[in-house]
Write a protein that binds this ligand. Structure first.
Ligand SMILES: Nc1c(NC[C@H](O)[C@H](O)[C@H](O)CO)[nH]c(=O)[nH]c1=O
Ligand SMILES: CC(=O)[C@@H](O)COP(=O)(O)O
Length: 165
């Protein structure tokens, strides 16, 4: 698996990460699998602060499940002046095909919201076969996808700023 070859929190050799000081962010977090999504949120929030974001410029909200992340992101961009939205969730496969429908809906949904508002909407959603894979990617041995989502949001906000000006 690709993630096993890359730590989600290792940016030591990554391209330069811009300062987040001038940017505002929305974070929308799914309540399903809260012990995982709370860890993703802590990773994302702390990473934004690490690269200079101001607490007052980080607007955080929760939604019931990952399926609602699309609507959450849309409502944030409709009502808040932010430079990027980070969507955090954890979808763990069950016995039925419900997993597939949620994952497809969220991936396509957040992409459509990003295009609708011409703003970066980051897919920080774990889509795993079991709980252990989610634990490993929310602060475990493979790092924290929340960290990765925050860095992606900073880089995309900078790109947007560069291309607008
Ligand atoms: N099973 C998981 C869900 N299911 C709930 C859906 O996301 C949605 O809230 C419901 O279908 C009502 O629209 N959500 C997750 O985030 N993770 C899961 O594993
Ligand atoms: C991803 C889901 O919705 C899943 O947790 C639901 O479990 P099941 O497919 O066994 O109903």
């Amino acid at each position: 698996m690709a993630t096993q070859l890359k730590n989600l929190s290792d940016f030591s050799s990554a391209s330069e990460i811009p300062s987040a000081e001038s940017f505002s962010f929305g974070i929308v977090v799914a309540e399903w699998n809260a012990e995982i999504t709370n860890a993703l949120y802590q990773g994302a929030y702390s990473t934004l602060l690490k690269y200079g974001a101001k607490p007052e410029n980080i607007h955080s909200f929760t939604v019931p499940g990952s399926f609602e992340l699309t609507t959450g992101a849309d409502l944030i961009l409709k009502n808040k002046m932010v430079d990027a939205v980070i969507c955090l969730g954890c979808v763990i496969r069950g016995e039925t095909r419900h997993f597939d429908f949620i994952c497809d809906a969220v991936a396509n949904g957040v992409t459509n919201v990003a295009v609708k508002y011409s703003k970066p909407v980051i897919f920080g959603v774990l889509t795993t076969d079991n709980q252990q894979q989610a634990i490993d990617r929310s602060g475990g041995k493979h790092g924290n996808k929340g960290d990765e989502a925050a860095v992606t949001a900073i880089k995309m906000a900078k790109l947007n700023e560069t291309l607008i000006n």
